[in-house]
Design a binder for this molecule. Structure first.
Ligand SMILES: Nc1nc2c(ncn2[C@@H]2O[C@H](COP(=O)(O)OP(=O)(O)OP(=O)(O)O)[C@@H](O)[C@H]2O)c(=O)[nH]1
Ligand SMILES: [Mg+2]
Length: 399
């Protein structure tokens, strides 16, 4: 899952890491100049984890501040500074140095004090370009890629960042935060929604052909049944031969009533009947299938608007496949313009290497992603949580 996304991201991490390394080298030179001591004379012990000399970057007015020798993420085997240690001696020496030196000293300190780095806008040009390219190549829609770059940049510019043992971690953490905040916008808790809504809750599924509408209906039915809701299925795809039978197979497997008419019948009438059935039998949720339709087919889009107008669903769910990348996002945008959707389900995420559509779709439509399809069986449905997705995009959890 998302293997290409992880691969593409390495360019950004490398670009930022090498910029940090460059800054550290610069800072070392400044610190070296100030102290007037060549690097070779500094013992290995005095060097901090990333090769930053721990010496002489603490001004007199900050006597209480100690140069950190280790962090949880860095090798912590170097001994901490005791009052008699060379490091403590260095600090004392530095504190006794004349004031004129402190302008240089302050500069060095601002860059690497306590193994922190401050990145300036110009340092980020290359890494941000690498990030934007990585996102675009992962099929993240342009406005979404630009927004992510903007957020990551504002997180990095002018702020102290702990270097730690892994310089790539700064890049990763910043991107992780940006993605979580982007994906958390417009979040809707499907469970809370169904719970709060007057019954029967009418949910209509729309989208282009073959994206997984019917399969997702069966998965959502199972998901709701696991929460003790009673469910009715409406065979609203009266267009494609075999579509009614396909839904019936799922209905039989799950033990659910399927309300159907003949192929060629009026979808709105089928859905209307299913809602009447649900009311008469105290069922909680009606899940209505519809025929796949291309957003470019004016007649079929008109028909969808009519179905929505007549059946007045509580929730209109757009279904598309994650593997379609930018196409899925563009289709979601056009469906949403035609009939405002309540949210999306992205299917076939299990087969998606890029992750771009999962990142982009909620931002572009302004409507939440409700579920991700992660396989072909009923339990292969994951309720959308930003953290879950980001863990998989960033490689910290497997599917
Ligand atoms: N790997 C994978 N396959 C899926 C997923 N969801 C659906 N599929 C498969 O996608 C194919 C099409 O699924 P359908 O549910 O028939 O799609 P549809 O949108 O109803 O298709 P039409 O009714 O023809 O428009 C089937 O083979 C499903 O098993 C998923 O999350 N992962
Ligand atoms: Mg179908």
């Amino acid at each position: 899952m998302f293997s290409r996304f992880k691969e593409k991201l390495s360019g950004f991490k490398e670009a930022l890491s090498s910029k940090i390394a460059e800054k550290v080298t610069q800072a070392e030179k400044i610190a070296e100049k100030v102290n007037g001591r060549p690097d070779e004379l500094i013992s290995g012990d005095e060097k901090a984890v990333n090769g930053i000399p721990a010496k002489a970057i603490s001004p007199p007015e900050e006597k209480s501040i100690e140069v950190k020798r280790s962090s949880p993420s860095s090798p912590s085997d170097s001994p901490s500074a005791s009052p008699e240690s060379p490091l403590a001696q260095e600090k004392a020496d530095a504190n006794n140095k004349p004031k004129s030196r402190f302008s240089f000293l302050e500069k060095a300190k601002s860059l690497i004090f306590e193994q922190e780095v401050i990145l300036e806008e110009k340092d980020l040009e290359e890494p941000m370009w690498a990030l934007e390219m990585a996102l675009m190549e992962s099929d993240v829609a342009l406005p979404v890629a630009e927004e992510i770059v903007r957020v990551v940049k504002s997180d990095l510019v002018g702020k102290k960042k702990k270097i730690g043992a892994d310089t790539g971690a700064i890049a990763e953490q910043s991107l992780r935060n940006a993605l979580i905040s982007l994906l958390s916008r417009n979040h809707l808790d499907f469970d809370e929604y169904v719970k709060a809504k007057e019954k029967p809750v009418k949910i209509l599924f729309v989208g282009v052909n073959g994206t997984g509408k019917t399969t997702s209906i069966a998965k959502v039915a199972k998901y709701l049944m696991n929460q003790n809701y009673s469910v009715v299925l409406a065979a609203g795809d009266t267009f494609r031969a075999g579509a009614i039978e396909q839904l019936e197979v799922h209905g039989n497997a799950l033990g659910l009533k399927v309300v159907k008419h003949k192929t060629g019948g009026d979808p709105a009438a089928v859905i209307f009947d299913a809602v009447e059935y649900a009311k008469a039998h105290n069922k909680d949720v009606v899940l209505a299938d519809t025929a796949g339709r291309l957003h470019t087919n004016i007649n079929l889009m008109d028909q969808m608007r009519k179905i929505v107008r007549v059946t007045k669903p509580d929730l209109l769910i757009f279904v598309d496949e994650a593997i379609a990348g930018n196409d899925a996002v563009e289709r979601a945008r056009l469906f949403n313009e035609s009939v405002p959707i309540g949210g999306s389900i992205l299917t076939k995420t299990d087969a998606d290497a890029k992750g771009g559509s999962a990142i982009s779709i909620a931002y572009i439509t302004g409507k939440p992603v409700l579920f991700l399809g992660v396989g072909q069986t009923y339990p292969d449905l994951v309720k959308f949580e930003p953290q879950w997705l980001v863990d998989r995009l960033m490689g910290e959890a497997e599917a």
